[in-house]
Design a protein around this ligand. Sequence first.
Ligand SMILES: Cc1cc2nc3c(=O)[nH]c(=O)nc-3n(C[C@H](O)[C@H](O)[C@H](O)COP(=O)(O)OP(=O)(O)OC[C@H]3O[C@@H](n4cnc5c(N)ncnc54)[C@H](O)[C@@H]3O)c2cc1C
Length: 411
Amino acid sequence: MMADVAVIGAGFVGLSCAHWLLRDGHRVTLFDPQGPGEGASYGNAGTFANYACIPVNNPDVFRNLPRFLFSPQSPLRIRWGYLPRLTPWLARFLLSSTPRRYERSATALASLLSRAFEGYREMLATDALASFVREGECLYLYSNEASFQAAQRSLALRRSLGVQFQTLGRERIQQLEPNLAPIFLHGTLFSGSWYLSDPRAFLQALHAAMTRQGLVHERVAIERVEPRPHGVRLVDTTGRVFDAARTVICAGALSKRFARQCGDTVPLDTERGYHVRFPGTSNLISRPCGWAERGFYMTPMTGGIRAAGTVELGGYGPERNAALLNLLRTSAREALPSLTRPDADWLGFRPTLPDGLPVIGPSSASRHVVYAFGHQHVGVTLGGVTGSVVADLVAGRASPIDLQPYSPRRF
Ligand SMILES: Cc1cc2nc3c(=O)[nH]c(=O)nc-3n(C[C@H](O)[C@H](O)[C@H](O)COP(=O)(O)OP(=O)(O)OC[C@H]3O[C@@H](n4cnc5c(N)ncnc54)[C@H](O)[C@@H]3O)c2cc1C
């Protein structure tokens, strides 16, 4: 049977697209060999970061890069063996870090982020999904005066783009989170942010609810996406063929080759990130606490505190960076001295374009194929609104958002 709409990828983006497409009355078939929320959507910090409009490509990169690359406490690493393949991406990333381009990216991100809650409002109206939402606002911490002063420019830009936050001093930080070591001089508390107690369980509940509404999940890996005059043909890795009127590509960090098959060369790469879990410790903090200089968040989740973050530019592959995992473990214990021994760690792949913006829009080869990938550090936050934009594109409705900045043809 031909699906109305095929969705490739069962992460925050793909499942949110499925939600909005089902709502429009489409018959939706999801394609993913894995269950819901097993990719990057599994091990993230779970924050609804509607304030996170400052992309990694920002002018501070030029000042910080030498320190980032060579300090043992740096949360940013490059896998040097991957450098030859990374160079074109890195060059574009640096070109996107000039003040003018970075402000353009921040403005476009803020436009999506300001609508992020609308993207989830309806899903969160059900008890099954609302039960995963925790109200604690995100607290971002600075242990070093110079880095707090350096952050003033990006904080001012956030404010000018509508982000609301309070700045806190040492004493107020200790009052809010008494178990934190007294090493944090400044903090910012972001109004209206919240977090999920278990991102994958949230997606499993969403998937179960949509299955009851008729969502079909084919647990196969798609090999080829072939635009046809009146639809799209999908071929899986065993050669099985599926036809759909429309197809949405939400395969996260693995979306690039599908874009190529549909006429677009997009410089998608991955920012690898890690987490370490400290079981039975969630009562130590009452909200996600980020440590700016070390590039990670500690989030009190169902299974314990999850210390999640860091950036490793090193492509897609299973090898883990022991030094970054160690940095996460030791930094988390430095921030929260009563943490126990960790019992699990994880590596995930943020899908990232060099200008820090996602790709959302129709393919060049066919308007029957729509892209929705590249949500870098904010895919949990932006899944819902991306789904609503994709449903508008599939329905041919005008989008309330100017989609030009997210075009696959911007590179
Ligand atoms: C350490 C870390 C912390 C983070 N913290 C946050 C945070 O606090 N807040 C936030 O908003 N974001 C955060 N993020 C970012 C967020 O996790 C990602 O942006 C988001 O999960 C991307 O979702 P996605 O649906 O695009 O991709 P994914 O979740 O990776 O899903 C892609 C899916 O596509 C499937 N797929 C791939 N290839 C094929 C194929 N050939 N056929 C069929 N299916 C295929 C995969 O199996 C996978 O299930 C964090 C990321 C990391 C790594």
